[in-house]
Design a protein around this ligand. Structure first.
Ligand SMILES: Cc1cc2nc3c(=O)[nH]c(=O)nc-3n(C[C@H](O)[C@H](O)[C@H](O)COP(=O)(O)O)c2cc1C
Length: 213
């Protein structure tokens, strides 16, 4: 009897740990890499959605997958990305995703999302009231570890800003291709971002990128 109780307990612990592991990591579906509008049409149409114009509709996981892949996904095996990186280094800016069901960190190597928290922080991160209306808010944060390969702080800032520009322009173009709205936002609440994303020393929020319908 004691043996069966032990086996039931061990199985319960096993299945609980499996379900917790699944809750922490979300493998994204493959991104869209074909079709859609051509690059020149996307350039012709690229614009920022007016702040208040996001509908309550949510992005699908497929749409989110394509947006994140466009922002800094692998496009040539294990060492090539959709955005240019200084000296071909791996992405030295991180992308956090704030959605209604929590905060996630984009793991470009596995094209997956790692859970940071289950909190809806969309109303906290921007200074403008409309920011919370976007289905998903990408929060781009400089990664001091990745940037430490570059010698001086001015170069590190420059490279992080250049990368952020490339990432956000790719998001604008991918959003145009998917018929989604996007808007770059500088006006952020830094202390709230630092605490809700659990940022470490030297991790600096650079901008928000709103994406929605
Ligand atoms: C560096 C930068 C900072 C911006 N900051 C904000 C912002 O804090 N709030 C906002 O509503 N829009 C912001 N925007 C969006 C611009 O207002 C928008 O891009 C501009 O009005 C031009 O419109 P377009 O993107 O449709 O061409 C920012 C854009 C850039 C490039």
């Amino acid at each position: 009897m004691a043996f069966f109780r032990f086996v039931s307990f061990a199985l319960a612990v096993f299945f609980l740990s499996q379900s917790l592991a699944l809750a922490d990591d979300l493998k994204l579906p493959p991104p869209k890499t074909e079709g859609g509008v051509g690059i020149f049409e996307a350039l012709k149409k690229r614009s920022s959605v007016a702040g208040g114009d996001f509908s309550p509709a949510e992005l699908s996981n497929e749409e989110l997958s394509t947006i994140l892949w466009a922002a800094s996904g692998l496009n040539r095996g294990e060492q090539g990305w959709t955005v240019p990186m200084a000296m071909g280094r791996p992405p030295y800016c991180k992308i956090y995703v704030a959605a209604k069901d929590g905060v996630w960190l984009y793991d470009w190597a596995n094209h997956a999302l790692k859970e940071v928290s289950k909190d809806n922080v969309k109303a906290l991160v921007g200074s403008q009231a409309f920011v919370r209306r976007a289905s998903h808010i990408l929060i781009i944060v400089s990664d001091p570890l990745g940037l430490s390969t570059f010698s001086d702080p001015a170069t590190q800032d420059e490279f992080a800003f250049v990368l952020t520009g490339a990432m956000t322009q790719n998001v604008y173009l991918a959003a145009t291709g998917l018929n989604l709205g996007a808007r770059y936002i500088h006006d952020m609440r830094i202390p709230e971002i630092v605490s809700s994303l659990k940022l470490g020393p030297g991790e600096k929020p650079i901008c928000l990128m709103l994406v929605g319908k």
